[in-house]
Design a protein around this ligand. Sequence first.
Ligand code: XIL
Length: 324
Amino acid sequence: MHEDSAGRPALRALARAKGLRIGVAVSAGPLQDDPVYRAIIGREFNVLTCENAMKFGPLRPSRDAFAFEEADAIVAFAEKHGMAVRGHTLVWHKQLPAWLAKEWRNGDAAVDVVRGHIHTVVDHYQGKVFAWDVVNEALDATGKWRNTPFLRAFGPDYVKMAFHWAHEADPAAKLFYNDFGADGLNRKSDAMYRLLEDLVRQGAPVHGVGLQMHVTQREPPDPPSVAANIGRFADLGLEVHITEMDVRLEAPVSKAELEDQARVYRHVLAVCLEAEHCDVFVVWGVTDRYSWLPQVFPGAAAPLLFDDEGKPKSAYYGVCAALR
Ligand code: XIL
């Protein structure tokens, strides 16, 4: 088992022993510039997700150009360190390029652009990306269709179309529907269940559901409820990945809150380990320093497994405890 100088086994080794793969979202900037960030990833994880680099906007500076450099660099790092890559994400209403706005007006042109995008990107990473978040966040908090440009241009069938296009480009890739706020049993996850049930019934090439798991220490997910939710997707024949876990605290952060946070990580991971069809667990960032959360939720603090300096937190040891 791979150990560091302090004799601490890496998460990836502990996870492997449990038949789980443990991943992290990675950004190209710090991966290139910050040796601490790079070292933690290389040591601890065996799945990478590009935090932004594979999204539509970042990949498509213009209609006729693809910018694969940053995503390719992350994939190359993964290959060098024996890690698998989750592709994130093909169809999402955020981080779309500005030039796309005028394409929606012409339905046929919009279909060409989106189909072409999915084909080119999935083909580019064929054999390198084992699972794709094909459609991200298509439902709103009440479980209705989110009002996105995709919905307005193509109607609700866009979800099914996207899965078919991704499958055409890489028949071996596992294709996921990914969303947040649907981690346990609730109105939104009920709607997500009906959506997936429908896709399965129609024979769409969908293989899994991603539970993002952006949660708070104040209102943590209820483990039995998450277990029941995973169970019903498994009964549809689907895999479940925990795709973007972070546990938000509020500044200033106390030691007790950090301990609570560790418990939240431990409980969710324990549920995933217990479940038969949950074998990938991904955290949404490496060190607290680069987390996306403080920019989006003012006052949000310290959501990840490693602190600003890259030291493992209680949350890290909570994950270790679940893996032991
Ligand atoms: C976030 C990234 O972490 C940020 O860097 C970016 O500015 C916005 O997107 N759900 C998702 C992810 O599916 O793609 C989002 O990532 C976080 C919420």
